[in-house]
Design a protein around this ligand. Structure first.
Ligand SMILES: [Zn+2]
Length: 436
């Protein structure tokens, strides 16, 4: 007998109301008090339903680095973390700087079936920072790329950055900049501070990030285009972005979960699990970033999930790769640092993790309000659960800096287009019949 649908009862929405949500097929067919008893019932007492999370900054490593992650394993980790859409960065091998590669990534995401995989295209050919990639063709491709980034590298040449901003303006695309002046960060290993001197590690000055952001917001104003700043990590960057927004410059900004909770002090252990780009900063920076999320200067939280094999992480600090995994812990970190401290409410939480990233990427079937007629991309979140992070992960990599930390808030169910990708905190096995 064909399933008419499922009703999720006694669930709280981000505005605080308690209601029932009926899902039929891929859609939300009803939100309200009435209960159709012929439907399957899932009791969601104590849970909050939020629009499925959208990650604007993910590394899925495929094609080319499948020993660290694949689109399938990364998609499973994303679903486990409550995501229904991820944006994999272009620094794969081959680089996603043309329609063939972005269409391949898009198709592999569709086959995996756990989340919408919406590829980011490179800004420059082979991430070399010299010649623009085929931005228009990637936008017009089946992958409909709207976000472009050389992430991992900065588009440091001012003329190339200006041209990129001009080019994407034609189709309302956005340049997502990894703000790092390469000349100021040669061999940089950690935040430049008293601690970097003490530890004897080459410092990574805040100004290397802030100067690029300042230049880019001015270029964006000049061109009248759209800029997104990846992984903002310093107090000064926040001040530059706040100033730019006050001038009406079309800039959005993201912060990662790790920059909201971890500080440079952890580097004293010389444990490369804490080696990340941009580096962990001071407690003062962390507090400034939290305030910037609360006051709207920072628009979204994005994971910068960066899986690496043990070979690339279990080695000396200087040899280790930059990056940490983060899809499965992101929501709990935002909840622990921002909700539990009273800085934000659940509506803001939903904006940060869902509506705003979807809007920056101009995808209209994600980040929708939970209401009749929306796609059933929903995460059911338990705000009361407290847990100690363990090593278990859906990712192919285990570079998780949070093991042993106590966090609060966990994903109980994730629905992607009406289907459970996660049920009772377990990732479901999906046979995607629509796979191509
Ligand atoms: Zn980056």
């Amino acid at each position: 007998m064909k399933n008419k649908g499922t009703i999720f009862t006694n669930v709280q929405l981000s505005d605080g109301t308690t209601t029932n949500i009926t899902v039929s097929g891929e859609m939300i067919s009803y939100v309200g008090k009435d209960i159709d008893s012929s439907l399957d019932v899932v009791d969601c007492s104590g849970l909050i339903a939020l629009s499925g999370f959208v990650d604007l900054h993910t590394h899925l490593r495929e094609p080319g680095f499948e020993q660290s992650e694949t689109i399938l394993t990364g998609s499973r980790a994303a679903a486990k973390g409550g995501f229904t859409c991820v944006h994999p960065m272009a620094n794969t091998n081959p680089v996603a700087d043309n329609s063939a590669v972005v269409e391949q990534v898009f198709a592999l995401g569709h086959s995996a079936g756990y989340v919408q995989v919406q590829p980011i295209g490179a800004v420059t050919a082979n991430l070399e920072g010299k010649n623009l990639a085929d931005l228009g063709k990637m936008n017009a491709s089946a992958a409909k790329v709207n976000v472009f980034s050389d992430d991992g590298k900065c588009v440091s040449d001012s003329l190339v950055m200006r041209r990129a901003l001009e080019y994407v303006k034609a189709f309302d695309g956005v340049i997502a900049q990894h703000a790092q002046d390469p000349q100021l960060t040669v061999n940089a290993q950690m935040n430049e501070s008293a601690l970097s001197l003490k530890l004897g590690l080459t410092g990574w000055p805040a100004v290397a990030e802030e100067a690029i952001i300042a230049r880019d917001v001015l270029l964006t104003e000049e061109v009248g285009s759209r800029l997104h700043v990846c992984h903002v990590s310093t107090k000064g960057s926040v001040e530059v972005i706040r100033w730019a927004k006050s001038r009406g410059i079309n800039v959005t900004a993201e912060v990662t979960p790790h920059h909201l909770i971890l500080t440079e002090d952890l580097v004293s252990s010389y444990n490369p699990i804490y080696k990340v780009n941009p580096p962990l900063r001071s407690q003062e920076d962390v507090l400034a970033l939290r305030m910037a999320v609360a006051d709207g200067t920072i628009d979204i939280v994005a994971t910068d999930h960066a899986p690496h094999t043990a070979d690339n992480k279990d080695c000396e600090w200087g040899e280790a790769a930059f990056g940490m995994i983060g899809l499965e812990t992101a929501a709990a970190i935002v909840k622990t640092t921002l909700i539990d401290s009273g800085l934000i409410n659940w509506s803001r939480f939903e904006e940060l993790l869902s509506a705003n990233p979807a809007s920056i990427s101009r995808i209209n079937n994600q980040g929708q309000k939970i209401e009749q007629g929306s796609f059933a991309n929903i995460v059911f979140f338990d705000p009361k659960s407290e847990f100690v992070v363990d090593a278990a992960t859906e990712s192919k990599s285990s570079n998780n800096p949070y093991i042993g930390m106590k966090l609060s808030g966990s994903v109980v169910h994730t629905l992607f287009r009406g289907a459970f990708t996660v049920k009772d905190s377990q990732v479901q096995e999906i046979g995607n019949t629509n796979a191509h």
